[in-house]
Design a protein around this ligand. Structure first.
Ligand SMILES: *Cc1c(COP(=O)(O)O)cnc(C)c1O
Length: 465
């Protein structure tokens, strides 16, 4: 299977090359040239499979022979052993044909573990085969960093450097990153904000001359194709538990960079009957404005109590646009330039096509807090703030009650105690057992100034040979 850039430039690449890089040279994101298709009968035949067996079915065509089936099976098996629920992604009923898909039973209590546990194993395997080593560099405002570190802690061919804004991530999130002890893991606390961290990473990707000749940088944010790919699986999983594929299912997804919900779009394109995909945003609502009003105008970012959704331009939206514009890379390059300059307008036909499947809703902090409070009171279920926004959107956008509506629960409430306590919960929600001693563990991180040469020097010095 060939992978091409959303901006139409450069040569097509293989699966292995795509997962071992970041953006395409023309600034686009890699996507498969065409998608695998599964028939109704084939999907129906998967209803008795375990999560891992299902993952093998969904992922195999994307890998397209680059990894043998038995090796791929082992990589997948290994990637879900640290999940603490036997169903991996259990469904919980919260109302009339209304469900929550709990994606927070992995090692760092957010859905990012689904892809990053797998990506770590996949990269390490591929690098071992090629006798190559790489450096992962990433910026995080919280969840990505810890999931990437957990995913790479046992990798022999990867050094990982994660930048977080000094004193600007929550204690739980910071400790999840800084208490992991391994020689190949490096936490950098940068004097600055999340944008400063991200700009530092971007600048380093565009000029990698600070690295030894034999090393290259690999991205682990959701521009990495393998992350999207691994997330397609749980849409099939949830559907099969709720009567799919005979029964269409709808999903509501707390959205930031549009990676998670884009995986749902791909599941639909691959043959899974999905009725609605609801884009749930917080007060940083650019995607909601775009879908509802064709208004993709950037506004100053507001800090919310659902920080993993505090994003201005959602990188994976570009992958959707590429599809809506029939793979016209030149148009996408122009649109993304417009977006970066402040405002992008979609064509009526692109917008109409998007609206066939997508609806959107905005839920701000106060709406979110209300829903955490009432859900805990009425059904004794504690939502994390991101999931609460998803559930609010699910209820607001739902077209009918015959179609099961599934909200993706993207994080465990214990990761976001501030929002939960604002909703009247009397104390910090309990961390699961395996993390109960998080606040007793020793932290390791290095504080650096927001100076490119200093950060790059630190990285070059600390790469293991
Ligand atoms: C990353 C994250 C999101 C946003 O997911 P995207 O794929 O970026 O849209 C939502 N909720 C939580 C808890 C997250 O960690």
């Amino acid at each position: 299977m060939e992978y091409i850039s959303t901006r139409g430039g450069g040569e097509p690449k293989s699966f292995e090359d795509v997962i071992l890089t970041g953006l395409a040279p023309d600034g686009g994101l890699y996507v498969p040239r065409s998608l695998p298709q599964f028939s109704h009968e084939e999907i129906a035949s998967w209803s008795g499979l375990s999560y891992q067996q299902l993952a093998l079915k969904v992922i195999t065509p994307f890998v397209d022979g680059a990894i043998s089936e038995s090796d791929l099976e082992q990589l997948i098996e290994k990637s879900y052993v640290d999940f603490r629920h036997q169903d991996i992604a259990p469904l919980v009923k919260t109302g009339d044909n209304e469900w929550i898909l709990e994606l927070f039973h992995g090692p760092t209590l957010a859905f990012k573990d689904f892809a990053l546990q797998f990506l770590g194993n996949l990269l390490d395997y591929t690098l071992g085969k090629r006798q190559q080593k790489v450096v992962i560099m990433g910026a995080t405002s919280g969840d990505t960093g810890s999931a990437a570190i957990e995913g790479c802690r046992r990798c022999e061919n990867i050094d990982i450097f994660i930048l977080h804004p000094y004193q600007r991530v929550s204690d739980v999130q910071r400790r999840q990153m800084t208490t992991v002890q391994a020689d190949n893991i490096h936490n950098i606390a940068l004097h600055g904000n999340f944008d400063d961290c991200q700009n530092m990473v971007k600048a380093s990707f565009s000029d990698q001359s600070f690295l030894p000749d034999s090393r290259q940088l690999v991205a682990v944010n959701s521009i990495n194709w393998a992350r999207i790919m691994a997330q397609i699986v749980y849409y099939f999983w949830a559907s099969l538990r709720l009567g799919g594929p005979d029964q269409a299912v709808s999903f509501s997804v707390p959205t930031g960079n549009f990676g998670d919900i884009f995986a749902g779009y791909l599941a639909h394109k691959m043959g899974l009957p999905i009725k609605q995909l609801v884009i749930a945003t917080n007060q940083n609502d650019i995607l909601h404005r775009c879908i509802s009003d064709n208004d993709h105008t950037t506004r100053p970012l507001e800090q919310s109590l659902a920080p993993s959704m505090d994003i201005m331009i959602s990188s994976n939206f570009e992958r959707l646009l590429f599809d809506l514009y029939n793979h016209d890379g030149a148009v996408i390059a122009q649109l993304m330039n417009d977006a970066k300059a402040g405002s992008m307008q979609l064509s009526n036909s692109a917008l109409d096509r998007a609206r066939e499947l997508f609806t959107s809703f905005r839920c701000d902090d106060s709406g979110m807090i209300d829903l955490i409070r009432t859900t805990n009171r009425d059904i004794d279920y504690l939502l994390d703030p991101h999931t609460a926004i998803g559930l609010a959107a699910a209820r607001a956008c739902r077209e009918d009650t015959n179609t099961p509506m599934v909200t993706l629960a993207t994080a465990h409430p214990a990761k976001f105690p501030e929002a939960v306590k604002k909703a009247g919960y009397p104390r910090d929600p309990d961390l699961p057992n395996h993390m109960a001693d998080l606040f007793d563990r020793k932290e390791h991180f290095t504080v650096l100034d927001n100076v490119q040469s200093e950060v790059q020097h630190f990285i070059a010095e600390n790469i293991l040979s």
